[in-house]
Design a protein around this ligand. Sequence first.
Ligand code: SAM
Ligand code: FES
Length: 349
Amino acid sequence: MTDENALLAKALARAPLTRAETAALLSVKNPRPLFEAADRVRKAFVGDGVYLRGLIEFSNYCKNDCLYCGIRRSNASARRYRLTPEEIVHTAKKAAGYGYKTVVLQSGEDPWFDADTMADIIRQIKTLDVAVTLSLGEKTREEYAAYRRAGADRYLLRIETTDKALYEKMDPGMSWDNRVRCLCDLKELGYEVGSGSLVGLPGQTTESLADDLLFFKELPVDMAGIGPFIPHPQTPLAGETVQGHFELALKMMALMRLLLPDINIPATTAMETLHPRGRLLALESGANVVMPNVTEGDYRKFYELYPGKICTGDTPDRCRGCIQAKIESIGRTVSPVYGFHGDYLKGKK
Ligand code: SAM
Ligand code: FES
């Protein structure tokens, strides 16, 4: 057995992997056996059903200035928009009408939406018989508690990178310790917690990506969203490359599936910007969630985190049909359940 095969066998047996072993698996020259192993584990632990989450990008105002992000506050050429609470609830109703069992509310860190306003929006959406996932960035424990009391079920907050120095360089003015505090608060408050990494940041090493995976296992997360970094032309990282980011992100997803076999792993939208079958390849390498955009009209293109975002000219209705057809084309199905962590193992498919 080669070293690579022995390591893969060790990961499959769920024996603890060291940082160096994890990094070695992320560096394999031929990742096919890793992808195939992740696909088998995905089938055994979360089944063939794919959970769809309807994503509402409700504001692109942001008080932060992350170097990689197209909606950072210093990007004066970003066209800013903010949906009203009524528009957000209306969009959520439409999402429920398309059959989504989860609505994800995502925005920049926009202080216009205070805790009471958000809680009110959440309460109204919860009457629609959907799970509510939030992705609003770093908030106080009290704010997270208020959203939870209003009925929010899940929260997504990527750590982006566990390399503290790199994080604080990429996210000026932000504190890595505070981001970890947020994740711990969210867990303690009973949220299903999703975190994740940006793969391909300048200066990021395979060792630090290995640390990310071990961090997610340690927390542990209920969901891990791994996305390739794609440089935005109006940011300080405009000149960076995307070379190798797609395959590395796919390896991260696959290895995540081996380390935490029953969690939810989205086939992230950015994967499809880098490869026309990006989300399908992710679904065949460990992923089991897709988050189609249900934001309407021009807002779809104004929420431009990175260039080449897919489906910006489409309607939510068309995206819903399109993604279902794609999922079925690889022999998978759209699951009709809420899709909480562990649902499949509890017999909910
Ligand atoms: N403000 C919230 C937060 O910080 O979690 C949610 C919105 S934020 C734009 C969502 C995610 O977009 C980030 O966690 C980051 O990983 C991703 N993102 C930002 N810029 C990106 C880029 N240039 N390429 C790929 N993903 C990017
Ligand atoms: Fe705030 Fe990207 S810098 S969402």
